[in-house]
Design a protein around this ligand. Structure first.
Ligand code: NAI
Length: 224
């Protein structure tokens, strides 16, 4: 049983749905909506109303029977749950094609994620800036992280460089690694959280759906 002050363990499925709630509530706020029912959220999100009530009950009693949810209050609560009530300092390691694209993207700042430095080994990149963000040599990374209380390290180095960088990161106070490399990161017994991003997974899912709808069309044609 949960003890007072203990943080409730929430399932991964619920955590994965939270950004969808956050985005949807943000949209409703922009349209000046004051309240929303779980049925309305269900139509917008594609989850059942009871799923939505169950998900949000994990974090407290936000809804009121007959009223639904106060959009602004729920948006603030979901933001807090996602840790967006504080800003995060990030560094990016690897200023190549992907690293530069991420550094140039302004959308992270909107949600409080600020890239404050970039690290690379390439002498022709070190000393330059991307959108005012300085590029330093990776040798200076550990010192920089500890001096500037960096929360998150974004990894966009080649696969074979990953292990070395992760070892260096483990000696710092970094709290999270946003890993874009194809390498598996195994860091048990640390407080560092790793989130892997693989665009190819998303592309394969798209391919599956295209293939599925194509097969269905073919079946329908055969039946006619
Ligand atoms: P890239 O070769 O253009 O860039 C890599 C950069 O890392 C270079 O600037 C290089 O100088 C730097 N680097 C190499 N060793 C380093 C070290 N020890 N410390 C700091 N910097 C170092 O490669 P690209 O295309 O930007 O890809 C980067 C990584 O992202 C690769 O691992 C690639 O497989 C991965 N990737 C992942 C995607 C995803 O969906 N998760 C999509 C595209 C790429």
């Amino acid at each position: 049983m949960e003890q007072p002050g203990e943080i409730k363990k929430v399932s991964m499925a619920v955590i994965k749905r939270l950004p969808k709630y956050y985005k949807c509530l943000g949209e409703l706020l922009r349209k000046n909506a004051e309240r929303v029912s779980s049925q309305e959220l269900s139509k917008l999100l594609g989850f059942t109303a009871s799923q939505i009530r169950q998900d949000l009950n994990n974090f407290g009693e936000f809804g009121q029977q007959g009223y639904g949810y106060n959009v602004s209050q729920l948006y603030k609560e979901v933001s807090k749950i996602l840790g967006l009530n504080t800003s995060h300092k990030m560094i990016l390691i690897g200023a190549g094609n992907l690293g530069q694209a991420l550094a140039n993207y302004t959308g992270f700042t909107t949600h409080g994620f600020n890239i404050i430095a970039i690290f690379d080994t390439n002498a022709s990149l070190v000393g330059r800036k991307i959108k005012d963000i300085p590029i330093y040599h990776v040798e200076d990374m550990e010192y920089f992280i500890n001096k500037n209380d960096v929360d998150i390290a974004v990894l966009t180095v080649p696969r074979d460089e990953t292990e070395k960088i992760v070892k260096a990161l483990m000696k710092t106070g970094v709290r999270g690694i946003w890993n874009f490399t194809p390498a598996e990161i195994n860091i048990n017994n640390t407080n560092i959280v790793v989130e892997n991003v693989h665009l190819i997974d998303s592309l394969l899912t798209l391919s599956y759906h295209i293939n599925e709808s194509w097969l269905q069309e073919r079946l329908l044609k055969q039946k006619r």
